[in-house]
Design a protein around this ligand. Structure first.
Ligand SMILES: [Zn+2]
Length: 260
């Protein structure tokens, strides 16, 4: 009976969240993916393009969000995030029965490294990898479960009502710069080889826990229904840039390990 209630709860929850976008906005994913592409070895770059049927990585950076309502991919809808409530950690929290970013991403990496996937599955898994390495660096993808990763945390951005999730997905980034993804890369991708190697280290869980901690700081600095604008941008643009770079360098490292 308890299990049945839990399953019904999960079904209702997935209906409630199905209209939400669970990702960096398109720009964030394009920036991260382009930074990664710029740091691939020539061999890995060629192999990845071949796996993607001749398309660039950016062609598929937001694909996983665009097909979120496709019933064929219903089983992967919860893979974009893992929401951790206050006082909980990933280890202690109740896990989503259909998987989350902390279970999906390591499995995708392992399968790709095994080199035993069929061609069509390999293509699918590379598309998943490109997108989810981005998502694991969006602080609200590790936001609280109680407010559905900031989706129910109402704030105003330059007096316009929005929510904390959407602010960190899109509004903050679009307000910060009017750059294209190539301009973002040209202007922020300035780390030394040593710094890049340092940033690219770690496991998915290391990266996730780092994102959880960033999320905690973000929650500490906002109030429900608060209005935020220039001061907030000034305080938080280093976090946006840092997360774009970390995600880009880490995605490049993984693809170089698989194909380089
Ligand atoms: Zn996503």
């Amino acid at each position: 009976m308890k299990m049945r209630r839990l399953l019904i709860g999960v079904a209702i929850l997935s209906l409630l969240i199905s209209d939400k976008v669970w990702a960096w906005g398109q720009k964030g994913h394009d920036v991260i993916t382009y930074i990664a592409e710029c740091h691939l070895t020539p061999k890995a770059k060629k192999a990845v393009r071949q796996v993607l049927g001749g398309h660039s990585m950016m062609y598929y950076s937001s694909w996983m969000d665009n097909m979120v309502s496709d019933p064929e991919y219903a089983s992967v809808r919860t893979w974009h995030y893992a929401n951790v409530d206050e006082g909980e950690s990933y280890e202690t929290m109740e896990k989503c029965p259909t998987g989350d970013i902390c279970t999906a991403l390591p499995e995708i990496i392992e399968k790709l490294k095994s080199r035993e996937l069929s061609d069509s599955l390999e293509t699918l898994y590379v598309k998943f990898l490109i997108h989810l390495v981005g998502d694991v660096h969006q602080p609200m993808h590790a936001g609280r479960l109680s407010d559905r990763g900031g989706n129910d945390f109402h704030v105003k951005w330059f007096e316009t009502p929005t929510n904390l999730h959407s602010l960190w997905d899109t509004a903050l980034i679009e307000s910060l710069r009017k750059w294209s993804y190539t301009e973002w890369q040209q202007n922020i991708d300035i780390a030394s080889e040593k710094e890049i190697a340092e940033m690219a280290k770690g496991s998915v869980m290391d990266w996730f826990n780092q994102t959880v901690n960033l999320g905690k700081t973000i929650y500490l600095n906002v109030e429900e229904d608060g209005n935020y604008s220039y001061d907030y941008m000034l305080e938080n643009y280093p976090i946006v840039e840092q997360q774009f770079l970390r995600a880009g360098y880490r995605l490049a490292r993984l693809l170089n390990e698989i194909y380089g």
